[in-house]
Design a protein around this ligand. Structure first.
Ligand code: AMP
Length: 580
């Protein structure tokens, strides 16, 4: 967006947030008047469009409820069973716990909203950091994921892949970004990443912002750079791309811009060749004004490490959105990454909120059944209260639970601002994959079956995500007991390695895809000595948990609790290969 445009957009944001209640009613009216005749809504509204009837009759649903309709459309039935506007394709979300990625319909209106949204979230950033589009280029790490063709002929792709495919994006790419399109669509993400870093380094004097969609990818880029900087410098010095990059698109793109540049290579080598990589980003890209990537939610775990590498450069989480709906923007890009709030845009969808309660174990539970709980409208949420987000969109989602829990941190004009609290029922997540307690328990059940015939029993387990090295990986703590006086030291290490493999094979599709692409590293089982889980319980009880109410956490979040288990580890085992 040009500078003269951003002030206009900020004005629009003022108007939207001031008239949030009225706009929400209009959005719902429009959705209902267009879609009341669809097979889905007819069953609840009988052709009526009143808000009160909608609130009374239309059920609050999850993806599973809408899936039969979406599957029918994907299999060739007409889309008006669910929505009136013709559909142009599907967005593939990053994954549901326990299954395949979700598919949600995309229409011309959805695409228009996505375009509008970019202006909305970029305007506050431009206001604070100047017009980056005029100042230089963005080094943004971007990776398209493979599309799926449904039997109807309609394509399903992740929201970001759909954006990379648009002709508008392809037109602005060479002027605004350092990465050529071939590196974004490169089928091997390591080849793509190497080349994107190479192009970013070659153009380092032009780079004004660095980023990716999520913090985990930026960190992955830095770690990759740590392992490959000498080779990258050699390529820059000689003007030749390394031989192991065999992707022809990447090689063509490189041949167009690479020429020997020994001075630049020496400069980069000197910077990278220092003992500490603290502040390396600033040194490598001295004109960078900020790092743009989502650092909230599950990405919080990466903030400290990113701050180490970018020393003082602001980390900007610009927006909150999902495949199902566009939700909010960060009006204070300079705010500390831990404190980011997103102001909801009332024109993007009809938003409702299901109150949830903080229980004493700091986890969030539903108060009552959804049917008994009244949903709260956007403008009526209460500061300090946590809610689960429910959306109704122009693309066939009606009272749909996104699965995110948010807390109201305040209001901007009449629009509430939310902090992201957690993904409901998700306990492990390295990147965008979501693994629930049920997913984990299923995988553990499959793996521990290997122990039983050998006379060993898995008595306790818990988990955590280890991000101390990149990419992060799942860690399982297992306490194993031998039957008939056997000691777990007698257990053949090969069996434990097999247990790691079996767990990975039993995890969901998205996990396996990410493992294959090295977005997640090998799963690890740490066997702890007898009594470790008793020590864990003692710790929680010492912190005030009632002994009678103690529930072993299925995922360890506290540093101290982690230390208790880690100090009792007697064996570490890793999955030897990717599960796909
Ligand atoms: P997807 O379904 O693949 O589009 O992923 C969307 C999910 O990513 C959301 O439902 C959130 O759980 C998470 N997400 C997206 N934006 C943010 C954000 N700004 N902060 C925290 N989590 C986010």
């Amino acid at each position: 967006m040009a500078t003269n445009g951003y002030e206009g957009v900020l004005k629009m944001i003022e108007e939207l947030t001031t008239n949030a209640g009225q706009i929400q009613d209009e959005v719902l009216r429009e959705i209902l008047s267009r879609n009341a005749g669809t097979e889905y809504l007819r069953g609840f509204l009988h052709g009526q469009t009143e808000k009160q009837l909608f609130k009374k009759n239309v059920p609050i649903v999850t993806y599973e409820h809408l899936k039969p309709y979406i599957d029918r459309i994907a299999n060739g039935e007409t889309s008006d069973i669910l929505l009136a506007e013709p559909i142009t394709g599907f967005f593939l979300s990053s994954g549901t716990s326990g299954g395949q990625p979700k598919m949600t319909p995309v229409t011309a209106q959805v695409t228009k909203n996505c375009e509008l949204f970019r202006g909305f979230y970029e305007s506050p950033v431009i206001k604070h950091f100047g017009d980056i589009n005029q100042a230089g280029k963005r080094m943004e790490l971007m990776f398209a994921r493979p599309e799926i063709e449904t039997p109807s002929g309609l394509k399903a792709a992740s929201a970001s892949t759909s954006i990379y495919k648009e002709s508008k994006f392809r037109t602005i790419l060479p002027k605004l970004y350092t990465s050529p399109i071939e590196t974004i669509f490169c089928p091997d993400p390591n080849h793509g990443l190497y080349c994107q870093l190479l192009f970013g380094l070659i153009q380092r004097d032009e780079v004004v912002t660095i980023g990716s969609l999520f913090a985990s990818t930026v960190l992955r880029g830095i770690k990759f750079l740590e392992n490959h900087w000498q080779e990258l410098c050699y390529d820059i010095k000689t003007g030749q791309l390394s031989d192991w990059i065999t992707d022809s698109g990447c090689r063509n793109a490189a041949s167009l811009v690479m020429k020997p540049n020994p001075e630049q290579a020496d400069l980069i080598e000197n910077i990278c060749n220092c003992k500490s990589w603290e502040g390396i980003i600033r040194k490598l890209w001295p004109k960078a004004r900020y790092i743009g990537c989502i650092c909230t939610g599950v990405m919080r775990q990466y903030i400290a490490e990113l701050e180490f590498y970018c020393r003082g450069l602001p980390l900007v989480s610009a927006f909150y959105a999902c495949s199902e709906a566009i939700c909010g923007i960060n009006l204070e890009p300079l705010c500390k990454p831990y404190d980011v709030s997103y102001t909801f845009l009332p024109n993007m969808a009809y938003f409702e909120f299901l109150p949830v309660e903080n229980d004493h174990d700091e986890s969030i539970d539903m108060k009552k059944n959804d049917e008994d709980t009244e949903l709260v409208d956007l403008v009526n949420v209460k500061a300090g209260q946590c809610y689960e987000l429910v959306v109704t969109t122009c693309a066939g989602l009606y009272r749909y639970k996104v699965g995110d829990v948010l807390m109201v941190s305040g209001f901007y004009n009449n629009a509430p601002q939310f902090q992201f609290v957690e993904r409901k029922n998700v306990i492990l997540s390295v990147d965008q994959e979501k693994t629930s307690e049920t997913d984990l328990s299923k995988a553990v059940t499959e793996a521990k079956a290997l122990l039983d015939p050998l006379g060993f029993i898995l008595t306790e387990y818990t988990s955590y995500v280890d991000t101390s090295s990149a990419p992060g990986h799942y860690v399982l703590f297992w306490e194993i007991k031998g039957k008939e006086g056997k000691h777990c030291k007698e257990l053949d290490p090969k069996i434990m390695v097999e247990c790691c493999s079996r767990m990975e094979e039993s995890l969901h599709y998205t996990y396996k895809i990410y493992r294959k692409r090295n977005i997640i590293a090998a799963l690890e089982i740490r066997v702890v000595k007898q009594g470790s889980f008793v020590a864990l319980m003692d710790y929680y009880v010492s912190k005030g948990t009632s002994l009678s109410q103690y529930k072993k956490p299925s995922c360890i979040k506290s540093e101290e609790a982690l230390k208790i288990l880690d100090s009792r580890v007697i064996g570490k085992y890793f999955s030897p290969k990717s599960p796909l």
